[in-house]
Ligand binder design. Structure first.
Ligand SMILES: NC(=O)c1ccc[n+]([C@@H]2O[C@H](COP(=O)([O-])OP(=O)(O)OC[C@H]3O[C@@H](n4cnc5c(N)ncnc54)[C@H](O)[C@@H]3O)[C@@H](O)[C@H]2O)c1
Length: 429
């Protein structure tokens, strides 16, 4: 790990304060749940996906209930609780005193002795810190993707994964395609050699424009950036990490490896002036054995949407379309070997079913490293594009000191933006 910084300090000081406030509490030992016993869930980050994840787990598992919530903005906890209660009745059992606001509210949820499992669904920049704290508190975890956006966060995730394995707590991540039948079958068939060996692939995450939340009068820099989080790299990691990581994960999965190096390019033409994001990025990833993945992502209004993966193998081709587009495998004569529709809704629920069942069975799933690898693969592509220089896996995992999280973060912080990256000027760190 890098030398301790403010991120560590905030976490340690916050945890100590929370522990002191609670008095002499014995940290919960992960319990092997009786299959008939209710599992108590806490959530950190009750925005769109956080509320969706609560709904998914409450739908997929009859024996879980929601008992604690935290969000920067307490009103979001209240509205999420009220909406979820309409659908799930008394399994949404969050008392007013169990809703926590502000930057340190997550510690109240994570250190709540009544909570067995925490869902971590804030903007991505906080994920490594939140996962590490939750694992230290011996909670089971669901962590949305991406799980990190820089090498410092990657190391925190590796550490959390090792701790969870050691103590027997679960970590499932929000890479739902790993649980979507048409993806699972298609990639299994590639791994079984049904169409020979993978040689090359194209992955695309080309979408249209996205939201922008303009600065409100009186907002501090921190408040503004936290609300308009997609546009600040320390919070989102840019599109390639925040969104396109889904298909980068599919590429690592299909190639059964992380890449050895990345070479990238891109730019920006439509983003608002103070956005740090690029509009578009194209990255060539070299995988072991001379395999090449050509990856592209962009968010451009009124441009063609293409969010699909094509994997070219020695004896045929595999097409995997995102969301509900389905999979298709053909041999080299174009004869169809396999085709299946997609159902992303089922996959969103399956990840929560697998997580809860693994906890109850006493064999917790720990899959953080896999998603940390994919998240760092995305960050590596961004680093290569931003700098205009080739970036290696060895550099990002072993040498890079890049830690985008601001020091001394409070809601009052002054956070001058770094602006957007300019290749040749932006240095690899
Ligand atoms: N798996 C998927 O298909 C999928 C889909 C959408 C979003 N996501 C991921 O889910 C995450 C959240 O995205 P979203 O669309 O819900 O965003 P959102 O803006 O709707 O919600 C994020 C919430 O987190 C809160 N928050 C931010 N920092 C916090 C902190 N330190 N402590 C407590 N609360 C905090 C915000 O106030 C906000 O309510 C992102 O990582 C995103 O990439 C995944």
């Amino acid at each position: 790990m890098d030398t301790p910084n403010r991120r560590d300090f905030i976490v340690t000081a916050g945890a100590a304060a929370a522990a002191a406030a609670m008095g002499p509490v014995t940290m919960a030992t992960p319990r092997r749940k009786n299959p008939l016993e209710m599992l108590n869930i806490g959530i950190v980050g009750t925005g769109g996906r956080g509320t969706g994840a609560c709904n998914d787990t409450l739908t997929a598992n009859k024996d879980v209930r929601l008992v604690a919530m935290s969000d920067l903005n307490m009103q979001k906890c209240q509205s999420a609780r009220d909406n979820l209660a309409k659908a799930h009745g008394d399994r949404v059992a969050v008392e007013d005193s169990k809703m926590h606001g502000g930057l340190d509210g997550y510690l109240e949820v994570i250190n709540d002795p009544n909570v067995d499992l925490v869902l971590l669904t804030t903007s991505p920049g906080f994920r490594p810190q939140h996962v590490e704290e939750a694992v230290k508190a011996k909670k089971h975890v669901f962590a949305e993707k991406p799980v990190c956006i820089d090498p410092a966060g990657y190391r925190a995730c590796r550490n959390a994964h090792a701790m969870a394995e050691e103590q027997g707590t679960a970590i499932v991540t929000g890479t739902q395609y790993r649980r979507q039948d048409n993806y699972v079958d298609a990639i299994r068939m590639i791994h079984e050699g049904v169409i020979g060996e993978p040689v090359t692939a194209t992955g695309r995450y080309c979408g249209t424009g996205i939201w922008y939340r303009p600065r409100q009068e009186g907002q501090t820099d921190a408040e503004y950036q936290l609300n308009n989080w997609m546009h600040f790299i320390w919070l989102s990691g840019d599109q390639i990490a925040e969104q396109a990581v889904h298909n980068i994960d599919v590429m690592n999965w299909a190639m059964n490896s992380t890449p050895e190096r990345a070479f990238g390019s891109g730019g920006r033409f439509t983003r608002p002036d103070d956005s740090e994001m690029w509009d578009s990025m194209s990255v060539d990833y070299d995988y072991p054995g001379g395999k090449l993945v050509s990856f592209m992502c962009r968010q451009l209004p009124d441009a063609t949407v293409d969010v699909d993966n094509v994997i070219y193998c020695t004896e045929g081709t595999c097409y995997i379309k995102a969301i509900n587009g389905g999979s298709r495998i053909v041999d080299k004569n174009g004869r169809e070997i396999y085709s299946a529709p997609g159902n992303i809704g089922a996959a969103y629920r399956q990840e929560h079913k697998d997580l809860v069942e693994s906890i109850k069975a006493g064999s917790p799933i720990v899959e953080l490293n896999q998603t940390a690898d994919s998240s760092l693969t995305a960050a590596m592509g961004r680093m290569a594009s931003y700098t205009g220089k080739e970036v290696t896996w060895e550099f990002v995992t072993e040498k890079s000191k890049l830690d985008t999280f601001p020091k001394d973060l409070t809601l009052e912080s002054s956070l001058p933006s770094n602006g957007y990256a300019v290749p040749g000027t932006t240095k690899p760190t």
